[in-house]
Design a protein around this ligand. Structure first.
Ligand code: TTP
Ligand code: MN
Ligand code: MN
Ligand code: MN
Length: 372
């Protein structure tokens, strides 16, 4: 039974938790959610976590609704909509747009941080530092010799033109075939699973995420370094950042179940030949026959597969609410590695995502219904 709002509202069955809602990509309230997400992003830039999450949560609730909201009265009884959110929605209905949102959109600081954080390897902290130094454009950053860029940021600038463009589903499928081939060269027992936004059915993404799994305990050791070597020897590796596994089940449950996980993973930039993408036979105008593309690979231990798959499938808001629901409604701790029952002090095992939903007492939500 959903932890729901007041009984006298048509929205009484809408849960405050995204994991108790089905959110497809068909968002009937895009005008409202776009506005709220601008405010959320702005709060993210000024590192104001509370208000940021508040607006993200409100937008997420509206995304799950089966019809467009047409007036402020219709939102009565919906969870997670605070007074600030209500004011924004009211403004949109009365004036066609929210003055608060318009203010943010024309704010120099917001505009600059938006550009800076669009670079691979540049987060709000670095963007903020550059802004405070008076820098306002990407050109200024690359031409300023006093600025130190780390390896990831250097790659981010080098391939900016390509990787700032959205990745299409066709490109994701083409890169999937390449990864599949490379991986099976390294170890024919490995299977790859598309995760992230494309598993949720998105037509476009900012990268392509894959989970690699090998049957058998510890068989994933050394897998990603071998895959990286293979990509390099085929001449399609443009950048790689490898993170060794720091996973240790004996140290779980950690005090705070973290957003970043401890699995062996790598963040890559690979070359995708245009001829490998269906419907893109023509060369680019600049004469290059390839496009740089961001790819994430993660290789969890076999017995952690279900947790890793659930964690890497997103959306971020869906993941956040799964964890919050587990903690607040079930006295359990969930992260990308495990589910721990604090009442019985036991780890709950899972082979599939369905097992995890069952342990949590939740109806199963399909990946394409997790676009919260
Ligand atoms: P992203 O690739 O950042 O996001 P996305 O695929 O949902 O959307 P986009 O189209 O913009 O790429 O992350 C995918 C999921 O992986 C997300 O739920 C967060 C999760 N994730 C981890 O769990 N651990 C990590 O270390 C990283 C980098 C991501
Ligand atoms: Mn992704
Ligand atoms: Mn991202
Ligand atoms: Mn990713």
């Amino acid at each position: 039974k959903p932890e729901a709002g007041p009984q006298d509202s048509p929205w009484s069955t809408v849960s405050q938790y995204a994991c108790q809602r089905r959110t497809t990509l068909y968002n009937r309230n895009k005008i409202l959610t776009d506005a709220l997400e601008v405010l959320a992003e702005n709060y993210e830039f000024i590192e104001s976590k509370g208000p940021c999450l508040g607006f993200k949560r409100a937008a997420s609730v509206l995304k799950s609704l089966p019809m467009p909201i047409r007036s402020i009265d219709e939102i009565e009884g919906l969870p997670c909509l605070g007074p600030e959110t209500m004011a924004v929605i009211q403004d949109v209905f009365e004036c066609g747009s929210s003055s608060k949102v318009e203010e943010v959109l024309t704010d120099e600081r917001y505009q600059t941080l938006k550009i800076f954080t669009s670079v691979f390897g540049v987060g709000p902290k670095t963007a903020e530092k550059w802004y405070r130094q008076g820098l306002r454009s990407l050109e200024q950053i690359v031409s300023d010799s006093s600025i130190h860029l780390n390896r990831m940021q250097q790659a981010g600038f080098q391939y900016y033109e390509d990787i700032s463009k959205p990745v299409s589903k066709a490109e994701a499928e083409a890169v999937g075939q390449i990864i599949e081939e490379v991986v099976s060269c390294v170890n024919p027992d490995v299977t790859i699973t598309l995760t992230g936004g494309f598993r949720r059915g998105k037509e476009f993404g900012h990268d392509v995420d894959f989970l690699l799994s090998v049957p058998g305990h510890g068989k994933e050791d050394g897998l990603l370094p071998a895959v990286i070597d293979q990509l390099r020897s085929q001449g399609i590796l443009l950048y790689s950042e490898f993170q060794e596994s720091t996973f240790d089940l004996s140290k779980l449950p950690s005090r705070r179940f973290e957003a970043m996980d401890h699995f062996q993973k790598c963040f890559l930039i690979v070359k995708l030949k245009k001829e490998q993408v269906v419907g893109q036979q023509e060369k680019q105008r600049c004469g290059r026959d390839w496009k740089a593309l961001r790819v994430d690979l993660v290789a969890p231990p076999a017995e952690r597969y279900a947790f890793a798959l659930l964690g890497w499938s997103g959306s971020t808001q869906f993941e956040r609410d799964l964890r919050r629901f587990a903690r607040l409604e079930r006295n359990m701790l969930l992260d990308n590695h495990a589910l721990y029952d604090k009442t019985t002090n036991t780890f709950l095992q899972a082979k599939t995502e369905e097992d995890i939903f069952t342990h949590l007492g939740l109806d199963y939500i399909e990946p394409w219904q997790r676009n919260a």
